[in-house]
Design a binder for this molecule. Structure first.
Ligand code: FPP
Length: 241
């Protein structure tokens, strides 16, 4: 039986590490920021097609806590894109029944960006078609440490820790195990993304650079997920005995 938190009744929880924007731009002799801008278009394609593909929750790694160490100009470009994206995505989300939320630290973000995130979260809270979570200034280790430091010395269970983890990430009651993790751009690592939630996630790595990622690529990835046999550490029934 799947562990708590992996109930897929509300659709799959798919998480995506959107890698390859910089290389996509460099191959076209463009600035890295142009790759990120093209990446936003890929975000829109994926968000639009996700609900019709059985995805109930989608977590996108938009900016990791380690990304602060990138050159200042690139950080500014990414923050500018987020400041543009959130208000326009809020309107689109309300229309399409998408609930938009953010996971990660808010205290180091521009206050204007935090306000637009809060507005987006309030305006889209009734969305049921898709639970869209944007990871911004996000570090799984940091989130786990926060949850652990809030933990009482006794009485912790998997479920109570899941709840604390969701709270530490900024989600309140929204804990979900990841079912399927996709990483574009050819690298095969987790880069401090949803380490706890991915305990039993199926992993999928594709060489496609994120700005080139289409709805058809998402469909191909999901078809591969459907072929996987999820065992959650157990043996298939046919082999039992
Ligand atoms: C990794 O590519 C990608 C990022 C660090 C940022 C992802 C951001 C976006 C897709 C755009 C902003 C998102 C939203 C939701 C508005 P990389 O730059 O590390 O690429 P590289 O490995 O080729 O250098």
């Amino acid at each position: 039986m799947p562990p708590a938190g992996s109930d897929t009744a509300g659709g799959l929880h798919v998480a995506i590490i959107m890698d390859g924007n910089g290389r996509w731009a460099q191959r076209r002799s463009l600035r890295r920021a142009a790759g990120h801008r093209a990446g936003v278009r890929a975000v829109r394609r994926v968000v639009e097609s996700a609900p019709s593909m059985g995805i109930g929750a989608l977590t996108l790694y938009a900016f990791s806590s380690d990304n602060w160490q990138r050159p200042k100009g690139e950080v500014q470009a990414l923050m500018r894109l987020l400041r543009e994206f959130i208000p326009s995505e809020t309107r689109r989300s309300v229309r399409n029944g998408v609930r938009l939320r953010m996971i990660g630290r808010r205290d180091r973000l521009d206050p204007g960006l935090v306000r637009s995130i809060e507005k987006a979260e309030a305006a889209t809270s009734g969305g049921r078609a898709l639970d869209l979570r944007l990871a911004i200034d996000y570090s799984a280790r940091d989130q786990i440490l926060r949850a652990a430091s809030a933990l009482e010395a006794e009485g912790a269970t998997r479920e109570s820790f899941d709840r604390r983890l969701a709270t530490a990430g900024g989600l309140g009651d929204g804990y979900r195990d990841v079912d399927f993790l996709i990483r574009t751009g050819g690298e095969q690592r987790l880069s401090d993304f949803l380490l706890w939630e991915c305990a039993y996630a199926e992993l999928y790595f594709t060489p496609v650079m994120w700005p080139d990622f289409t709805a058809a690529d998402l469909e191909t990835a999901l078809a591969e997920f459907q072929r996987r046999q999820r065992r959650f550490g157990q043996v298939p029934e046919s082999s039992a005995g």
